[in-house]
Design a protein around this ligand. Structure first.
Ligand code: SF4
Length: 536
């Protein structure tokens, strides 16, 4: 069987210096078929929740175009790689697969490979073909809604067709970045037409703001995704209503800087009570504009026919200290559906390092935020991101980062060693911490956090917690932390899920519990997960 003929798409491109107009790659013309079978696709997603959400939209568009999902990358006729460029290692993962992809293509000439995500930017088009020789088509994140059309799988007027208007660009540092201007309308259309292939039946993502305006010197996101663009308030609330109708119990609002939501939207009379000025980082006037606090309250108030909250669990990720405002903390404390967990990246525990990182807050101001948060929401679970070995980080600077972990006692820390990213300001700084030392610091930090994580989790021993069961796990004799667990009783499976504090909880139970919220009494605590048994 061969695949469907794809017309050569001579798509007129806007005359901008960043990227000269290109005809569809020659390899696409060979996409011929005699029985009109559509390609089976596989989306390989790397990186953050935003990428996962974008992949759900691309998969939804391909399914709506009539394509079927392949069982695996190896059995697909169309592979979409949604890349992450936040760390060198993430890009090396894809480069490392180019050989295997070329061999797959040699074995199946009809195979097509599309690359998107943060490795594809407005300023690196020319270099991509050389770096990723097995790829036929490169799409920036703002071009992902054109996937089906660029592959010639869309009817001229159908969803995903090219009538999206021209892309717009904005200078970021010394580069030109494509903006996310068109994405809010695409998302509304995809949701409205049921073209989001959600990857879970219990938990759903809602992107609310695209791009990033911040100034972190090590970060590629502003260059790959452009400045912050918020979605219209009502589109988001309507998407939440639709998820509630579909029975979703756990919904996460998404953004590279989710709590910056709304600052770029026009003020409206209905938000007259939103008052505020950003006090950290780049000053902003937020008066009369929708903000994330208003959004949380609106979604929290969506009710069922019998007066219950339609979405029992509401989360948001990733927050930035600049926009952790008092109104947001108040909404977190007062909205029953908002879960008792916050991910608040700190990145380092020393002011000189934070300055070189361009984070524009101090350790003291960050700790003051943590104090206000814990005062308003006692027992809230806190997680963070840390980069070790950043340019100029001394032993003393690093020790202060360890001190910060001892002070805050996070529930979990996602840590990585600094790797310079192209076009970022930090790429022009001396990368002067030797790799071996970066690895030593990373190991030391992870060991310390493992101790703290275990202490934090031990505080749950004997307590009852609500778990949304969302997966069946393989039976293993030894758990993560080397503990042995007696095999599950006959008819029982190893189940797992998360509590409202976003802690991973293992339990035994029947298959029917998947998708249910159950009470679990915690009987064992490891540094990364809890184990317990059903109480009701
Ligand atoms: S806030 Fe900083 S680290 Fe986060 S996406 Fe923006 S530039 Fe990157």
């Amino acid at each position: 069987m061969t695949l469907r003929q794809l017309p050569v798409l001579d798509v007129p491109r806007p005359a901008v210096s960043a990227r000269p107009p290109t005809a569809a790659p020659a390899s696409l013309t060979e996409f011929v078929t005699d029985d009109l079978a559509l390609p089976r696709f596989h989306v390989w997603t790397l990186g953050c929740q935003m990428n996962k959400s974008d992949s759900e939209e691309m998969a939804g568009a391909l399914l709506a175009a009539g394509c079927a999902e392949a069982a695996s990358l190896e059995s697909a006729e169309l592979i979409v790689i949604n890349t992450c460029a936040i760390r060198e290692a993430a890009e090396h993962k894809v480069i490392g697969r180019m050989g295997a992809l070329s061999r797959l293509k040699a074995g199946n000439p009809a195979l097509r490979v599309v690359m998107t995500g943060c490795s594809v930017r407005a300023d690196n088009a020319a270099a991509l073909g050389r770096r990723y020789p097995a790829v036929d088509l490169f799409l920036r994140p703002d071009e992902e809604p054109e996937l089906v059309a660029r592959l010639g799988l869309a009817s001229p007027t159908g969803p995903g067709s090219l009538g999206r208007g021209a892309p717009s660009y904005q200078r970021v540092g010394r580069s030109l970045a494509a903006t996310a201007e068109r994405l809010p309308a695409d998302r509304a259309a995809a949701v409205g037409e049921g073209r989001v292939a959600r990857s879970s039946l219990t938990h759903a993502w809602i992107p609310i703001i695209y791009g990033c305006d911040k100034t972190c010197t090590y970060c590629i996101v502003p260059f790959s995704r452009g400045p912050e663009r918020s979605r219209p308030f009502d589109d988001i609330v309507e998407e939440a209503r639709a998820l509630a109708r579909a029975g979703y119990q756990d919904v996460t609002l998404l953004g590279q800087n989710v709590n910056s939501y709304g600052h770029d939207l026009p003020p409206e009379p209905r938000f007259a009570d939103v008052r505020g000025k950003r006090t950290l980082g780049r000053r902003l006037d937020l008066d009369g504009k929708p903000d994330i606090a208003a959004l949380l309250r609106a979604i929290d108030s969506i009710g069922t026919a019998d007066g219950e909250r339609a979405i029992p669990r509401l989360r948001f990720i990733t927050s930035h200290p600049w926009d952790l405002t008092d109104p947001l903390i108040a909404a977190m404390a007062e909205c029953a559906s908002v879960c008792e967990h916050l991910h608040l990246p700190v990145q380092a525990g020393d002011d000189a390092v934070l300055r070189r990182m361009g984070r524009q807050y101090t350790v003291e101001s960050y700790l003051a935020l943590v104090e206000r948060l814990r005062a308003a929401i006692p027992g809230i679970s806190l997680t963070t991101d840390v980069i070790v070995g950043f340019c100029g980080e001394t032993d003393a600077h690093f020790e202060r980062t360890l001190d910060l972990l001892r002070t805050v006692r996070y529930d979990q820390v996602f840590a990585a060693a600094f790797s310079p990213r192209p076009v970022t300001p930090a790429a022009r700084l001396p990368d002067d911490v030797p790799l071996a030392e970066k690895k030593r610091r990373l190991q030391a930090l992870l060991e310390l956090q493992e101790e703290i994580g275990l202490e934090r989790n031990r505080e749950w021993m004997g307590r009852s917690t609500e778990v949304l069961v969302d997966e069946v796990r393989p039976q293993r004799s030894h758990e993560h932390d080397g503990e042995t667990r007696s095999p599950a009783k006959p008819g029982q499976l190893r189940l797992a899920g998360r509590n409202r504090e976003n802690k991973l909880v293992h339990l035994d139970g029947a298959q029917e519990l998947v998708g249910a919220r159950v009470r679990v009494r915690v009987e064992h605590a490891g540094p990364y997960a809890l184990v317990g048994s059903l109480t009701a």
